[in-house]
Design a protein around this ligand. Structure first.
Ligand code: GAL
Length: 643
């Protein structure tokens, strides 16, 4: 269940056999290689150097390791960029993004599609049936360094074609976008420009279509790679390594072409980047917030249709966050187990050995810079290897009682038109997730429209665009469903729905939203009733004949119930959010364990895992059959019991 990311091309060949044996001895079985190696495989057009990769795969295979081969398309080499400068992406100010790092291509470059297909096909033909190759990773972290959206000439051409297909006539497009406003009507598709560099705000409908289009470009590019690999490498899985808190393309759609989803877990780095309070930033600086990794494990398990890996696990300090503290001792082990508890099939560390050169020389590895000597993270990974052997095969995974409906368009819509600058979709979803996790409940993520049967509680933190499919799934569900602010507030063309929000959910909820108010920092509104707390950032004014469970001070409805459908008309503070979740969970009759902020539980089959992210130990409930760890879980410790 362990893996590692390895760059044989960074080290003398004489080191490879020893590296491979040391990997195997620490319980590693998968090695990902190759994802940035284009210039080493094809140093000049048509000149191929397969020898080193042949030998690297052979060395790894001989040691009994299985290889995940990355396609090298995140790093087109210099000669290719010189030959076709138009491959380079263009930023929002119209500047070409240069060579000298990575991801310097636009998904709309037809030349780059062809060149990628060519190199992927050569690799797939050469290694597709190699017994050491277990699977493939396409490219690397689509969209990293803000590379989903590109704003160049080719992007424009492809966008115009997309619009032609979508709308057929400019009359229909003008109507859909509301171009009559500010005389934005166009007479031909060639007249359409990219929604940038305007005097003031661009039309949100154009912007949303541009985002949909670019998301589709990423999906199409990945599908091209998957098709090539499948043709020449039968029986091998294909994955892609997704990122943390990254919404810029529709991952549900992209994953339809994959066998397994994977993601890159850097909990301390992500904690730095997340808009936590100052106090939280300090508190979780070296352990990471307890839900940061598990949020993504659950999300990507969903995206992968039940199957996921951690392709890159933080092994120590990273180099790319504003500050990069050393994780607390024990955290590398804890994160690994947390991933496995959440159903990860493999946890693969990034990277085997810290590179003493180039951009990531300050980024830890399992071995110290340029040495064959384990780092602290390497020692912890070794300990996990031993523990895994003792524990044996982990039980199969089961559906959680709670589902969160996660929607990529929701994040685009609220970013295009935030209305209040701190209305951040991913933050809202994260906080709702945290609230149910604090009750000891396990969570699945599902796309809108997914069958909600068998869930007891469904959270829809915000879903501005409710599709027919999503509506049907909500209607059929027997779960308690709670919808958050802005749900049903937009049509597909980015307009306010006829009859007002929540649009298609009006009957199900028995309410309509007549006004929305974004609240500047410090402006809050008290909510009381069956629960209490405050609204911050956002509140709505609602007309309803349904049951009102809590009200704002002026008597307006804040929490509204119509049968199993419940609407929360504000951004809740922590108190209000946690009280709301507790109230709803009571209605579902699920068993809860109220947890302190630093403790989390996770079930996998008949095992329950307890994780301690804090500074104080925690006593588990009495009478449990212990499988690992003791009845008192120490800080950064782990206990497992069998139910
Ligand atoms: C990931 C990336 C890796 C490496 C790592 C450093 O985003 O996939 O190639 O850069 O971050 O943390």
């Amino acid at each position: 269940m362990l893996g590692v990311c390895y760059y044989p091309e960074h080290w003398p060949e004489a080191w490879w056999p020893d590296d491979a044996l040391r990997m195997r001895d620490m319980g590693i079985s998968f090695v990902r290689i190759g994802e940035f190696a284009w210039s080493k495989l094809e140093p000049k057009r048509g000149v191929y150097e397969w020898g080193w990769l042949d030998r690297a795969i052979e060395v790894l295979g001989k040691a009994g390791l299985k290889v995940v081969l990355g396609t090298p398309t995140a790093t087109p080499p210099k000669w290719l960029m010189d030959e076709y400068p138009e491959i380079a992406p263009v930023d929002e100010q119209g500047n070409t993004r240069g060579f000298g790092s990575r991801r310097h291509y636009t998904f709309s470059s037809e030349v780059y599609h062809a060149e990628s297909a060519r190199i992927v096909e050569m690799l797939a033909k050469r290694y597709g049936n190699n017994p050491a190759i277990a699977g493939w990773q396409t490219d690397n972290e689509y969209g990293c360094h803000l590379t989903v959206l590109s704003w160049g000439k080719q992007d424009l051409n492809a966008f115009q074609n997309y619009l032609r297909k979508t709308y057929q006539t400019t009359d229909q497009l003008n109507e859909a976008w509301g171009n009559v406003f500010w005389s934005m009507d166009v007479n031909s598709f060639q007249e359409i420009s990219l929604p940038i560099l305007t005097v003031t705000e661009t039309n949100p409908a154009a912007r949303l279509d541009f985002w949909r289009f670019q998301s589709g470009q990423v999906v199409a590019y990945d599908k091209m790679q998957c098709d090539v690999i499948r043709k020449h490498s039968p029986g091998r899985f294909i994955t892609h390594n997704f990122m943390g808190f990254f919404n810029e393309f529709d991952h549900w759609k992209l994953a339809e072409n994959l066998d397994i989803a994977s993601w890159d877990s850097y909990p301390v780095g992500f904690t730095q980047q997340f808009p936590f309070s100052d106090e939280e930033h300090v508190k979780w600086a070296t352990t990471a917030h307890p839900d940061i990794a598990s949020f993504h494990h659950d999300l990507y398990r969903g995206v992968g249709g039940g199957r996921f890996w951690v392709m890159e696990q933080q092994p120590g300090p990273v180099n790319w966050a504003p500050w990069n503290p050393v994780p607390k001792p024990g955290m590398i082990r804890l994160w690994t187990w947390e991933a496995l508890a959440h159903g990860a099939e493999v946890v693969s560390y990034f990277r085997w050995r810290q590179a003493p050169f180039a951009q990531e020389q300050m980024h830890a590895g399992l071995n110290m810079p340029g040495l064959s000597e384990l780092s602290v993270g390497g020692q912890e990974a070794t300990a996990v290897g031993v523990e895994l052997k003792q524990l044996g095969t982990l039980p199969a995974f089961q559906q959680a009682p709670v589902a969160i409906v996660y929607d990529y368009e929701a994040s685009w819509i609220t970013r295009i038109q935030p209305q209040g600058q701190d209305f951040r979709y991913h933050e809202l979803v994260f906080r709702w997730y945290e609230a149910v996790r604090r009750l000891g409940l396990d969570v699945d993520f599902v796309p809108p429209g997914h069958d909600l049967k068998n869930y007891k509680l469904v959270l829809v933190p915000s879903l501005p665009l409710v599709s027919d499919q999503a509506l049907e799934a909500f209607k059929r569900a027997e779960a308690i469903i709670i919808y958050g602010p802005r749900t049903g507030s937009k049509t597909r063309n980015f307009a306010i729905p006829e009859g007002l929000a929540p649009g298609p959910l009006r009957n199900l909820l028995g309410l309509r939203v007549t006004q929305v108010s974004s609240l500047p920092p410090g402006v809050v509104e008290q909510v009381d009733g069956k629960i209490s707390g405050t609204a911050e950032r956002w509140r709505e004014y609602v007309e309803t004949n349904s049951k009102v469970l809590a009200r704002f001070e002026n008597n307006d409805a804040a929490l509204i119930q119509n049968n199993n459908h419940i609407y929360l008309s504000c951004w809740p503070d922590e108190t209000l959010l946690h009280a709301t979740m507790e109230l709803l969970v009571k209605k579902t009759k699920l068993n809860i364990t109220k947890l302190p902020p630093h403790i989390r539980l996770r079930k996998r089959g008949d095992l329950t895992f307890v994780f301690n992210y804090g500074t104080k130990s925690w006593a588990i409930p009495k009478g449990k059959k212990l499988v690992m760890g003791g009845p008192k879980v120490p800080p950064q410790g782990l206990t497992i019991w069998r139910n």
